[in-house]
Design a protein around this ligand. Structure first.
Ligand SMILES: [Zn+2]
Length: 253
């Protein structure tokens, strides 16, 4: 009996010893990571060890280590930016397929501007509602073919001697315009044609009315200020997201 008790006591001592050893080891590891960076011996233990580990101990190792940190931040920022953009994008614009012509309806009596059927119907209802509030919404551009966008992008780019990047900030490359979908419409104020396709369109009654009411008709601003795509602010450019197909067109990735 006494022998069994002694054996049990010894097992307990051994167990507590093991627990104590593990705890001490953990404490040592934690304190090492807390003070890492304070001494050259610990440099290789941190995340930038691959950069400065081979020269640890000399003063320039510390400065190389510090100089490397902003680069890490820049890389992380670039990855974040990339993760916001789908793979099929070009200069900040997303690829879109052209709406079939038999899905389009005119939004002007002369038929010169067309939108996809549900967008056209809601756009005309929106024009009527705005008119009842004394506001004149004028469609300036609707569906655009890839061919038309090719002209707009390359001819005007050449005429204005812009780089591809500069041109892409104000216009989508062919194949990458929301106008191809038939859901995007550029809107002007009938009483302020001088603000057509200008940033100061956002000072007009038409813009203020759209800001307050467009969502009721399924329209939203595509490129608000500071948009994640990096496209310049376009207060005149609105897109229809009021049914399943249009919503999937712009949001499903
Ligand atoms: Zn537009």
């Amino acid at each position: 009996m006494a022998g069994r008790l002694r054996a049990l006591f010894h097992r307990r001592v051994w167990l507590w010893g093991l627990i104590g050893f593990v705890a001490a080891l953990q404490l040592a590891l934690v304190s090492r990571s807390l003070i890492s960076g304070n001494g050259p011996g610990n440099v290789s233990g941190n995340s930038s060890g691959n950069v400065s580990g081979n020269v640890s101990g000399n003063p320039s190792a510390q400065s190389a280590d510090l100089a490397y940190r902003p680069a890490e931040t820049g890389l992380a920022a670039a990855i974040r930016q990339l993760s916001l953009m789908p793979a099929d994008s070009l200069l900040g614009h997303i690829a879109y397929t052209e709406a079939p012509t038999n899905t389009l309806s005119p939004v002007l009596p002369n038929g010169s501007i067309q939108l996809r059927d549900p967008a056209a119907e809601r756009f005309l209802a929106m024009v009527k509602a705005a008119r009842a509030n004394g506001v004149k919404l004028i469609p300036l551009s609707g569906f655009r073919s890839v061919e038309e966008q090719t002209y707009l992008f390359f001819t005007l780019k050449a005429k204005q001697a812009l780089s591809a990047k500069e041109r892409a900030q104000v216009s989508a490359p062919p194949g990458y315009s929301e106008h191809h979908t038939g859901y995007a419409v550029d809107i002007g104020d009938g009483d302020r044609p001088d603000t057509d396709l200008e940033t100061r369109f956002d000072e007009t009654p038409a813009f203020r009315w759209l800001r307050a009411n467009a969502a009721r008709f399924g329209f939203e601003l595509s490129f608000p200020e500071g948009n994640p795509q990096g496209v310049s602010y376009e207060p005149w450019h609105w897109r229809f997201v009021g049914d399943r197909h249009s919503l999937e067109t712009f949001y499903k990735r």
